[in-house]
Write a protein that binds this ligand. Structure first.
Ligand code: DQA
Length: 140
């Protein structure tokens, strides 16, 4: 049987992992996270990173997939447009954060994506992405 396809989206500044605040985001690069995920080979992965809101929306709209794992980065706290794009998409959608985003600055408590995602994993640094895969393994 064909493997299910997971679209993995990373938003702004996540291409800078390894150089960002290590206390919140750990030390691994985004490339290393993708490698870790690929090893969980029950699924096929399409990896996409962009610093641009519209490009993220285009990817959500135009990629057929069985589930989405998304770390919208700072767009989590600002983007009605990404909220709306995710709302349209009828599949499992996992919101992921490396840091414990609910227990940081007050402005990070505003969250535009949570209510249109089916599950959230945060605060486990790179392992948040692995937990998201484990969740999808259970529900897909
Ligand atoms: C983040 C948390 C966001 O608040 C921040 O803007 C990011 C990364 C995380 O993975 O912890 O860029 O989404």
């Amino acid at each position: 049987m064909d493997k299910k396809k997971i679209l993995v989206i990373n938003g702004p500044n996540l291409n800078m992992l390894g150089q960002r605040d290590k206390n919140h985001y750990g030390t691994v690069t985004l490339g290393e996270i993708c490698e870790m995920m690929r090893k969980e080979d029950y699924f096929d992965y399409v990896f996409f990173q962009s610093n641009h809101e519209g490009d993220i929306i285009d990817k959500i709209q135009h990629t057929s997939c069985d589930a989405i794992i998304i770390n919208p980065g700072a767009y989590t706290h600002t983007s009605v447009a990404i909220h709306d794009a995710l709302e349209i998409k009828k599949c499992e959608k996992v919101e992921v954060h490396l840091s414990d985003v609910d227990n940081r600055d007050d402005f990070r408590k505003i969250n535009f994506v949570r209510d249109v995602c089916t599950h959230t994993v945060s605060g486990l640094k790179e392992y948040s992405y692995i937990e998201a895969i484990k969740y999808l393994k259970k529900v897909l």
